[in-house]
Ligand binder design. Structure first.
Ligand SMILES: Nc1nc2c(ncn2[C@@H]2O[C@H](COP(=O)(O)OP(=O)(O)OP(=O)(O)O)[C@@H](O)[C@H]2O)c(=O)[nH]1
Ligand SMILES: [Mg+2]
Length: 303
């Protein structure tokens, strides 16, 4: 997808920056804030991101290619979570910089496990302490930064608020010197490697995550079954796949109200992304145990 940015075609710092951390610390919110577009879905439930997603920010003085990753999980519950952890580990290779994200509330065991994935002697790892807006006692930040330095030789530690877009420039200032000089890897107006179709499916999944109770989201996948942009109003059909028969009525809701709301909110996002009205229908289908079935995962695009 594309945004409107002009940039001269001269060499400048250009490189890949992996964003890693335990589930729910705000990695995707941070990537969206840094890029200035919604490239990766977010929710207050952990394990929202399932796939690596690139978010590109092109400034006059640098191009940052952020790699949003799934939250690293301590336990593998099924084939999907195994694959999500593999995605995190692979994302750490071949990047120019790594940002580990933790919350301002402090280190947890799950954060420490992420630390163990980092290259032991790297000088290219930055710590972002996110959700600084939630820290009631600002005096706690300095000790937290000092404690963090004891845990790993971070190149820099930057408190940020992804949600409120605070101190993101400070973070970019720390990242820029780590990027090699080069020509742009993405067109200046391109902000992600993902297609509109993928973003649309993710938008439907995001609304389901946000509108459904805690028990359901991990068993939800979304496929796009029809994508017809040949008409003035693009025609899109999506299917919400659930794991169990008993989940179907929950997703549909009383008289179809829940599904209509998911569909309405997703349509608004897709319309904004495509810049025109769309026709979206969302269906529900049961595919038992899909998230622990390697073949089913492949067919759903989790390859
Ligand atoms: N108060 C506050 N909330 C935030 C901030 N950044 C993210 N959040 C919230 O934290 C929750 C998790 O955000 P995500 O961006 O989905 O987190 P994530 O690390 O990508 O999560 P996974 O993909 O599940 O690993 C959401 O409810 C966000 O709105 C922040 O700076 N301040
Ligand atoms: Mg995420």
């Amino acid at each position: 997808m594309q945004a409107e940015v002009e940039a001269p075609a001269t060499a400048r710092p250009v490189g890949m920056v992996a964003i890693v951390g335990r589930p729910n610390v705000g990695k995707s919110t941070l990537v969206n804030a840094l890029v200035g577009e919604r490239v990766s879905i977010t929710s207050r439930k952990p394990q929202t991101t399932r796939d690596k997603v690139l978010g590109v920010r092109t400034d006059d003085n640098a191009q940052y290619i952020f790699v949003d990753t799934p939250g690293f999980q301590r336990r593998h519950r099924n084939a999907l979570s195994r694959r999500m952890n593999d995605t995190v580990t692979r994302a750490l290779h071949g990047v120019d910089a790594i940002i580990q994200v933790i919350e301002a509330g402090g280190w947890t065991d799950a954060d420490t496990e992420v630390l163990q994935l980092l290259p032991p002697q790297s000088t290219n790892v930055i710590l972002a302490i996110n959700k600084s807006d939630l820290l009631a006692d600002r005096d706690k930040m300095l000790p937290l930064m000092a404690d963090s330095m004891q845990r790993y030789q971070f190149r820099a530690i930057v408190p940020v608020s992804a949600e409120k877009s605070r101190q993101l420039d400070d973070l970019l200032e720390e990242v820029r010197p780590l990027l090699p000089e080069g020509m742009l890897l993405f067109d200046a107006e391109q902000y992600t490697d993902r297609s509109a179709r993928f973003l649309a499916a993710e938008s439907v999944r995001e609304k389901a995550y946000r509108l459904l109770g805690d028990e359901l989201p991990y068993g939800i996948a979304v496929t796009i079954d029809r994508w017809d942009e040949s008409r003035a109003t693009p025609q899109i059909a999506a299917t919400l796949i659930v794991e169990r028969d008993t989940h179907r009525p929950i997703v549909i809701g009383k008289d179809g109200a829940k599904l209509r709301e998911i569909s309405r909110l997703a349509r608004a996002d897709i319309e904004q992304m495509l810049g025109k009205p769309v026709f979206l229908e969302v269906w529900v289908r049961v595919k038992r145990g899909w998230n622990d079935d390697v073949r089913a995962l492949k067919s759903l695009g989790y390859d």
